[in-house]
Design a protein. Structure first.
Length: 193
């Protein structure tokens, strides 16, 4: 069911070598793979027919290039708060490798040494949500998995750790919106690939 309230489209960047291998990719600025570039180009068709009042992107090249390849590069506004989780000491390390040294570790509960906690990422997500609500318009956002998951949790009023309940594939599209009025934020669609 469509409504008159603005929808916020969230796009996770296309595949990178590290997303393919499961390495935590926070602030390391690595490019899209050829497959990632192809899926980013396909986003243009998947987003066709949707008009946006603003296009925001993470500063990472993987998000920014996904935005450009999808056909929105000329409208793109870089927002630093859209950057992926800062994994600190766990940058470039897989969950399996972390668990071998730190059994029971969970990103959303424990955060990362020399990096961010869920609270920190949630504070950035809250600033983005404030910007979204102030704009009160249709916005297309390009960012990374863990940040977008925290953004979705905070959109719903869940604690940042609630992002652990959502999964996002590369080049996926999700839509945030409202149900009856602007006081009822909902997820309208999630992880469409």
């Amino acid at each position: 069911m469509s409504n008159a309230f603005p929808e916020i489209y969230l796009v996770r960047h296309g595949q990178t070598e590290w997303s393919l291998s499961g390495k935590h990719t926070g602030r390391t600025d690595i490019p899209l793979t050829a497959a990632g570039e192809a899926s980013a180009r396909q986003l243009a068709n998947r987003l066709q027919g949707h008009a946006f009042d603003a296009v925001w992107s993470s500063p990472s090249q993987r998000a920014s290039n996904t935005c450009a390849l999808a056909g929105y590069g000329s409208a793109r506004l870089i927002k630093d708060d859209l950057a992926e989780w800062d994994y600190g000491s766990y940058e470039g390390v897989t969950t399996k490798e972390i668990l071998a040294e730190r059994p029971g570790w969970q990103l959303f509960r424990d955060g990362c040494p020399k990096g961010e906690l869920a609270f920190d990422v949630g504070a950035r997500a809250d600033r983005i949500i404030a910007d979204i609500r102030n704009a009160n318009s249709r916005i297309l956002i390009f960012s990374s998995s863990h940040f977008l998951r925290v953004l979705a949790a905070r959109w719903l009023g869940l604690p940042p750790e609630g992002g652990s309940l959502f999964v996002l594939d590369t080049a996926s599209i999700s839509v945030l919106g409202y149900e009856h009025d602007l006081t009822e934020p909902v997820i309208r669609r999630w992880n469409q690939i």
